[in-house]
Design a protein around this ligand. Structure first.
Ligand code: NAP
Length: 359
């Protein structure tokens, strides 16, 4: 089968389409899926550079991608009956099943859900990782902030990033936040309403012209979802009793126990120490600071599907190309790696899509 893959750590300019074996079901909870579309997340391209190889080594050749939308081909003996050959699903596959930008990929029942019928495969492939991240961050805030997020003011920088575009919609349309503030570059501000929905964003700060830390009144924000590594520079904006959940700062070493069991103790200790200092600095403002590492979850994907079907949530798809367009794939992955310029998610279409919607 054709697969977007690398044979050694490299940047997107050296990505290849390799001919690799179709994966085989080896565990009772696995599904083999014919992939119609896969999407690229920052983690895919960062891991591929080798920048994290000391604590997160990956086997080569490495098939890229963790998000997919496709059709079930075969199931293991313990897979629940609602997944059968022919069922249309979407998934954030577990780490060991990496390789969703391939004609076929494995995932597990505990990380896969029925594809929302209102979405095409291209749209559905844009959902899993970024949306699970956003949902789990908002869940943490809703649970920990007094009275939950209903009626609260939230700050979600990067309003048309993969994670930010979903978090904004969930905050307003699902968790009932009263005010959503975001940051965007100049050209993107004009697109926000059409891509996220009317009245979903209350305040847009053009971060290329203004520093949000100077524009937003001190102590006025209940919750910040830190998508752009700005948590510690924003502590003064958060109310006492408020919270910051970061997905873009260095994680705690203890959060990486499952992902990187062989992480050298010194690196784990250093990460824990940096995290402890950040927590201490936040506490001095009366703010709860934590880092989040997204957990793949079929249950959370199913919750997301429900809100999609209710019209409360829609994916923001930016670039789309096909598996046959290696040049465009490399360009799109380079954009994701740079963290600059992209809108929403970069999706790669695989093969002809026969049912379940087109683009
Ligand atoms: N811990 C986890 O489990 C987890 C999960 C998902 C993502 N992440 C991390 O979270 C971060 C965000 O991920 P993502 O998928 O949302 O990223 P993304 O979609 O690749 O974000 C890039 C977008 O951010 C905009 N941007 C860049 N700098 C900005 C700034 N200073 N203020 C506002 N917007 C800015 C860019 O547009 P312009 O250049 O036009 O501004 C572009 O649209 C990444 O570091 C990723 O690795 C972590």
């Amino acid at each position: 089968m054709r697969s977007l893959a690398i044979e050694k750590y490299c940047k997107p300019q050296d990505y290849e389409i390799l001919d690799l074996p179709v994966p085989e079901i080896k565990s009772a909870d696995e599904l083999l899926i014919k992939v119609h579309a896969g999407s690229i997340n920052p983690v895919d391209v960062k891991v591929a550079t080798g920048a994290m190889k000391t604590f997160w080594p990956v086997p080569m050749p490495l098939k890229l991608g963790h998000d997919l939308s496709g059709t079930v081909i075969a199931v293991g003996s313990d897979v629940p009956g609602h997944f059968k050959p022919g069922t249309e699903v979407y998934s954030r596959s577990p780490e060991y099943c990496s390789g969703t930008v391939s004609e076929y990929a494995l995932s597990t029942a505990s990380t896969t859900a029925l594809k929302p019928s209102s979405l095409s495969h291209i749209q559905a492939a844009a959902i899993p990782l970024a949306s699970l991240t956003a949902l789990q961050a908002l869940d943490a805030a809703d649970k920990n902030i007094d009275g939950g997020l209903k009626g609260k003011k939230v700050l979600i920088p990067g309003g048309l990033s993969g994670t930010g575009s979903i978090a904004i919609q969930l905050a307003k349309n699902v968790f009932g936040a009263s005010k959503v503030i975001t940051t965007l570059s100049t050209a993107k501000a004009a697109k926000a309403e059409s891509l996220l929905g009317e009245g979903v964003v209350d305040q847009i700060i053009d971060y290329t012209k203004n520093d949000m830390a100077a524009v937003i009144p001190r102590g006025s924000v209940d919750f910040m979802f830190d998508t752009m590594g700005q948590a510690l520079a924003s502590l003064h904006l958060i109310k006492k009793g408020g919270m910051i959940v970061s997905v873009s700062s260095l994680p705690f070493g203890s959060d990486l126990k499952d992902l990187a069991p062989n992480m050298p103790a010194i690196i784990r200790w250093t990460l824990n120490s940096i995290g402890a200092v950040s927590k201490y600095r936040a506490r001095r403002y009366g703010v709860d600071y934590s880092c989040l590492f997204m957990r793949p979850s079929a249950a959370d994907l199913t919750r997301l599907s429900g809100w999609i079907e209710e019209g409360k949530l829609k994916p923001v798809v930016g670039r789309v190309t096909g598996l046959e367009n290696l040049k465009e794939i490399r360009e799109g992955c380079e954009e994701v790696l740079s963290g600059k310029g992209g809108t929403g998610k970069f999706v790669i279409k695989i093969g002809a899509i026969s049912h379940g919607g087109g683009a």
